[in-house]
Write a protein that binds this ligand. Structure first.
Ligand code: CA
Length: 388
């Protein structure tokens, strides 16, 4: 009885009163109308919308552990993604040529962003944006004003006729479409490239790819330059490092740094020395074009995934140096196989799809214990090999 009461109270605490939402939406409505949104656009978009507390849970969720860079790259840059990306480069070659001409941005970088952001448009949006953003604006534990602004931006997209509201499905935070722009970014940087008068980043691949190029251009992309390349640093190197500490190539040559194959550094704009796993891991000289990819998601690991994928799409080999680990990251195909091996041992990990969720992590921890391995719950090469 006490347990039942406690769980009822918890449920009550987790569910805001309906009246609270109604009065909050009334406040959002007057704010939106003050920003130039018509009453009919607001009322139609918000018709029948109820708050969903799963959105607030998602806002507060912390990752279980920091993903090592080699896992992150193995997940985002694998043979499957490279093959898909190359096929799409051929399929959209003429559009991409026009985009390169208009924005000066390398087509391989554009397609790499597409692949990493939405798996080339294959990631379906889960949330109706007005629902997600109004829930976050009314009940979020932080940044309510930000989400209110994103709701208004969403309504502006509808009001301009860029998209109909049934297309507005995205992440709980409002990222949607091929490029995973949030609505305010959409308003600022989306372009109409197929000439139909609408900026459609959900159903128009030319609009989506050109908008990505526009984003990279506005983030400082240098036309015709590379993002950088992998280098070798002398053992015992103690000079400067860091993405933002940019120097001329001659400075780095003077420190004994070479290309990864040992040859002399070749021409690059000013570059920083990126050591994503410290001095004992792979090293890269990175230019402002790396920073343009960084601007998309404010993480060096993300920018490295875009950069390495763009090289592989061009036919390059990917990262050559060894990561400082004896437990390598797994490709999507290997992660699927790992899930199949766990299923064969009687674990319920859902449908083997290569996406590592809570069920797979729990199964890995359990099987690691049975095999006498440290319990990490991480889908890495060691547990993959042990289950072979
Ligand atoms: Ca268009």
């Amino acid at each position: 009885m006490r347990a039942l009461l406690a769980s009822t109270l918890m449920l009550f605490a987790a569910l805001p009163a309906r009246a609270d939402f109604t009065s909050c939406v009334a406040g959002l409505r007057s704010h939106a109308l003050g920003q130039g949104i018509s009453a009919s656009v607001f009322d139609h978009a918000m018709s029948g919308v109820q708050p969903d507390m799963k959105i607030i849970e998602a806002m507060g969720a912390q990752p279980e552990f920091k993903t090592p860079i080699w896992d992150y790259l193995a997940t985002l840059v694998d043979d499957e993604k490279v093959a898909q990306g190359r096929a799409l480069l051929r399929q959209h070659a003429s559009t991409l040529a026009r985009i390169e001409q208009a924005y000066g941005v390398d087509r391989h970088a554009v397609v790499a962003v597409w692949g990493v952001e939405s798996d080339f448009g294959q990631v379906p949006g889960r949330w109706y944006l007005p629902q997600a953003l109004s829930t976050a604006a009314c009940f979020g534990t932080r940044r309510r004003e930000f989400f209110r602004g994103e709701l208004v931006s969403t309504l502006k997209i509808i009001q301009r006729g860029d998209l109909s509201q049934d297309k507005l499905k995205g992440s709980w935070a409002g990222a949607f479409g091929h490029t995973q722009f949030i609505p305010s970014t959409y308003l600022r940087l989306a372009v109409d490239f197929d000439g139909d008068g609408r900026r459609d980043l959900v159903d128009s691949i030319p609009d989506a790819l050109a908008s990505t190029a526009n984003y990279l251009k506005k983030s400082g992309w240098i036309p015709g330059a590379r993002w950088g390349y992998e280098v070798a640093i002398p053992s015992g190197y103690s000079g400067p490092s860091g993405r933002t500490g940019k120097q001329a190539v001659g400075f780095w040559s003077g420190k004994g740094i070479t290309k990864i194959d040992g040859s002399a550094l070749t021409s690059l704009p000013a570059a920083g020395l990126l050591l994503p796993a410290g001095r004992n891991g792979p090293a890269f000289l990175v230019t402002k074009n790396f920073d343009a990819a960084y601007a998309y998601n404010a993480a060096e690991s993300y920018a490295l995934a875009i950069s390495v994928l763009s090289d592989r799409l061009r036919g390059g080999p990917g990262v050559q140096g060894d990561w400082p680990t004896d437990d390598r990251g797994l490709s999507r195909a290997e992660r699927k196989q790992l899930q199949e091996r766990l299923t064969a041992r009687g674990y319920d990990v859902g449908k083997p799809d290569g996406a590592i969720g809570a069920l797979t992590r729990a199964a890995i921890k359990d099987v690691e214990a049975k095999l006498g391995m440290p319990q990490t719950g991480r889908a890495g090469g060691k547990v993959f090999d042990a289950l072979r």
